[in-house]
Design a protein around this ligand. Structure first.
Ligand code: PEP
Length: 248
């Protein structure tokens, strides 16, 4: 069984201008380069596209990885406003998020569209963080496993491999709401997901992860890290979450 290095990824969403984005990155770099003990996880920042260059420049030598929040499936072309995975790689990204619920629900992205994005990420040499998760109505109707399974079936390309795929289980109702799934529900869904993806693939949990609940969530055996939105905008909080990953 391969060792799955935990990953704590910060999704800044549409937040940050040049000055505050740079300040936040510097604060994280300072912590990463002066920490007395090694973290038990890999760290990743996914800033808005406008900040990738600035953030990437500051992160150099910090060991913190850079990622995009989304990409187009095509390498280039007449797609106004879109960004290709190759462009992200060109800026130093090693990861890209695909199929975040704010894209699936806010931009009507289907599983087929998300699948194309994941394939685009791999073509450009990036690791894809593929997001799946049920809405509150779907959970209440007892459909959570069915929904997540069908998102996986529709969005994961056939050539999936553990080294280039990360799944983020993010119950839609837990994102940005302060609500989190119970440990039992997280464990059950992660086990279900694990049965459907290549062995060794990392599975992150996302949905209102914060310094207070991180210990419990990151201590669950099938949880290989966290995708963090709101709390990643505060260096102390993001760092505290990263420190919650059990070492080794
Ligand atoms: C996210 O954006 O993926 C997320 C989980 O956000 P938050 O941590 O704010 O719920």
């Amino acid at each position: 069984m391969p060792i799955r290095m935990k990953l704590v990824a910060g999704n800044w969403k549409m937040n940050g201008l040049l000055d505050d984005g740079a300040a936040l990155t510097r604060e994280l770099k300072e912590r990463a380069t002066t920490a007395s003990a090694a973290l038990g996880c890999e760290l990743l920042i996914c800033p808005p596209a406008t900040l990738l260059s600035t953030v990437g420049g500051i992160l150099a030598g910090s060991g913190i990885a850079l990622g995009g929040q989304d990409c187009h499936a095509a390498p280039k072309g007449a797609y106004t406003g879109d960004i290709s995975a190759e462009m992200l790689a060109d800026l130093g990204c090693s990861y890209v998020i695909a199929g975040h619920s704010e894209r699936r629900h806010g931009h009507g992205e289907t599983d087929a569209v998300v699948r194309g994005k994941v394939a685009g990420a791999w073509r450009a040499g990036l690791v894809a963080i593929l997001c799946v998760g049920e809405t509150q109505a779907q959970r209440q109707a007892g459909e959570a496993v069915e929904i997540v399974s069908s998102q996986l079936a529709g969005s994961v390309p056939d050539t999936a491999a553990a080294a280039t795929l990360v799944i983020a289980y993010e119950p839609v109702w837990a994102i940005g709401t302060g609500l989190t799934a119970t440990s039992e529900d997280i464990a059950a869904m992660h086990a279900e997901i694990r049965s459907r993806i290549p062995s060794g693939t990392r599975i992150l949990y996302g949905g209102s992860v914060n310094p207070k609940n991180a210990d419990t969530i990151l201590g669950l055996s099938d949880v290989d890290g966290a995708l963090v939105g709101g709390a990643s905008l505060n260096a102390a909080d993001f760092w505290a979450i990263a420190q919650s990953c059990p070492a080794g």
